[in-house]
Design a protein around this ligand. Sequence first.
Ligand SMILES: NC(=O)c1ccc[n+]([C@@H]2O[C@H](COP(=O)([O-])OP(=O)(O)OC[C@H]3O[C@@H](n4cnc5c(N)ncnc54)[C@H](OP(=O)(O)O)[C@@H]3O)[C@@H](O)[C@H]2O)c1
Length: 361
Amino acid sequence: MERKFKVGVIGATGYVGQRFVTLLDQHPWFICAKVAASPRSAGQSYEQAVSGRWKIDREIPDMIKKLIVYSSLDLEAFCDGLDFVFCAVDMPKDQLRKFEEDIARLEVPVVSNNSAHRGTVDVPMIIPEVNPSHAAIIDAQRRRLGTQRGFIAVKPNCSIQSYVPALAPLYHFGIDKVSVCTYQAISGAGKTFEDWPEMIGNLIPYIGGEEEKSEKEPLKIWGNIVGDAIEPVNSPVISAQCYRVAVQEGHTAAVSVSFKNKPTIEQMKEAWASYQGEEIAHGLPSSPEHFLQYFEEDNRPQAALDANLGGGMSISIGRLREDNIFDYKFTCLSHNTLRGAAGGAVLTAELLVKSGYITYR
Ligand SMILES: NC(=O)c1ccc[n+]([C@@H]2O[C@H](COP(=O)([O-])OP(=O)(O)OC[C@H]3O[C@@H](n4cnc5c(N)ncnc54)[C@H](OP(=O)(O)O)[C@@H]3O)[C@@H](O)[C@H]2O)c1
């Protein structure tokens, strides 16, 4: 590397933003040069802005503490001198769509955690090991936006990062139907048990918008670039139920699946053991040593024991068995604020550097 890329984090004071600033501390390619949040936090030092609401189990990085928080309303000043930004803000979708396009039009690439652009046909939604080739749609997006280097790339919803990676190596068996029930941690709502005590001992059978995203987004991940758009595939058919559960970190998915060409249990385990994903995603600074790990123990994976596997970037799988209605059922787990949010976005940015879409300004 000629020098580290200068990165800005928007929504830096939130749960995902706090993950970003800790992941960027000591990152070999990136340095967090600026932070932004809502006008409520603007003008304060980062340390003051997160005082009393720091939620991560690591110290605030020293070099971030004294950074002055920019207002998201002051975009031009914030973007000045940055090579690219990460974005994780709580804003209405219509505003967010425009907000992220405004940044791209300032010629600053945006790697986003937000859902606003996941359905935009020329915005790649990337799990680096699974569909890195979708980055190529950025050329079409730049033509639409009229930019030379600015673009938007998104990572998918945190819930699907637990089960889509496990289904990816099985795709060639012709996945026909998937029924999935997700058990999602409270950090997925930006919360801890301190600020959401009603969740202790609780389960809520509803997370707004989550089931629709969980059913639709995998079809785009498996989609194909046709002209200036990513065309989603129309199968498998996916039915999702999404529950909020009393877990701090780690989204679990109970998956039932049927195939057009039913593999054996041994073939499925072998597919998981040998799958490393697409080669361009190998060996990035945030790549886990093992993308997928299968547990033979009947009581694994467990959120408390396994969410941090591979630095929170590996996907754990277990309990593969025959099903009475579908062909098989199994369980998957991923760390929702690392692999499912900030870590997945950092890995995506590394991929976009390696594939030449993020360059020095
Ligand atoms: N938590 C997860 O596991 C997860 C996973 C995937 C995706 N996401 C997505 O990531 C985004 C952030 O989630 P979170 O859990 O980190 O939420 P959060 O903890 O509530 O943080 C929200 C962040 O957005 C900022 N913000 C709010 N209104 C803003 C505005 N008008 N302009 C600029 N910044 C504004 C807040 O700044 P102030 O502190 O100044 O209010 C804060 O930094 C959401 O879109 C969420 O859907 C979250």
